[in-house]
Design a protein around this ligand. Structure first.
Ligand code: PXL
Length: 275
């Protein structure tokens, strides 16, 4: 039996259905042993709430890593999401080198959406994030993040050449596979483009108007879980897309559920799709 162990590094937003509170249950449901390194602890996420608390855990990281190295702890993969500071990105690279030298590196450069950086991030953070993406086996950006990482002006109206240009830059930076989410070429549709230097495959699915916060984290977590289950990248991308759509549909049934997506009711379907 293959029983894989992944480390996921991202924040704990205590309330808000994103980052670790999403990644841990989804990866566990995928049958993957999930170890966590919280990058920061926030009372809520930063999108739509005001006055949230933020405890940066950057300075805990070197000691945590040193302890793991002393114990001989290694991981089959590392999946990074929202990171707490620019300095932390350097530590994350060191943790990957020390504990997952042979493992899969999945980087969701969770820092921006809808043409804007999340609160608290700046150009220096984007620059440092480029260096982490360069080390990724899989980088999973949305359009805003992909534009920031490649110094491309953000456009909502685009064609295939615009997207291909961004992908080429991400691959040239060093990312081995680009899993580009939210790429839409037809009205009412969106999809994910999975590209390496050799190949490119696109999975199109319905665009749901009630798009909700946290779906990027749901997507990346399901993608990482499917990949660690041995699914080929395109299949993992498709499984994650179908699961994310199911979560958005579940959320649409709820009143006033604006802060996150109801990912729990669709976990059973995700588990089925991995069989
Ligand atoms: O879903 C991405 C995310 C993760 N963590 C925090 C966030 C966000 C997006 O806004 O604020 C704290």
């Amino acid at each position: 039996m293959s029983y894989k162990k992944i480390l996921t590094i991202q924040d704990i937003s205590c309330v808000g259905q994103c980052s670790l509170t999403v990644a841990l249950p989804i990866l566990s449901a995928c049958g993957v042993e999930t170890c966590v390194l919280p990058s920061a602890v926030l009372s809520t996420h930063t999108a739509g709430f005001s006055g949230y608390t933020f405890r940066d855990l950057t300075e805990d990281m070197p000691d945590i890593c040193a302890h793991w190295v002393k114990e001989g702890i290694t991981f089959d993969g590392v999946y990074t999401g929202y990171l707490g500071s620019t300095k932390q990105i350097q530590y994350v690279k060191e943790i990957i080198a020390a504990t997952a030298a042979e493992g899969l590196v999945i980087v969701d450069p969770a820092m921006a959406d809808n043409g804007k950086l999340y609160p608290g991030f700046d150009e220096a953070f984007v620059e440092e994030m480029k260096s982490l993406c360069a080390k990724a086996d899989y980088v999973v950006p949305n359009l805003t993040e992909a534009c920031l990482l490649t110094d491309t002006p953000y456009q909502t109206d685009y064609d295939k050449a615009y997207i291909d240009g961004i992908v080429a830059k991400l691959l040239a930076m060093g990312a081995k596979t680009v899993v580009f989410t939210g790429v839409s070429f037809h009205e009412g549709k969106t999809g994910v483009l999975v590209s390496t230097k050799e190949s490119s495959e696109y999975y199109e699915h319905d665009f749901l108007p009630n798009s909700c916060h946290g779906t990027g984290d749901i997507y990346s977590s399901a993608f990482a879980g499917a990949l660690l289950n041995g699914k080929p990248p395109y299949d993992a991308a498709r499984i994650a897309a179908d699961y994310t759509v199911a979560c958005i549909k579940e959320t649409a049934k709820l009143d006033n559920h604006w802060y996150g997506a109801a990912f729990e009711p669709a976990l059973g379907a995700l588990i089925e799709s991995l069989k």
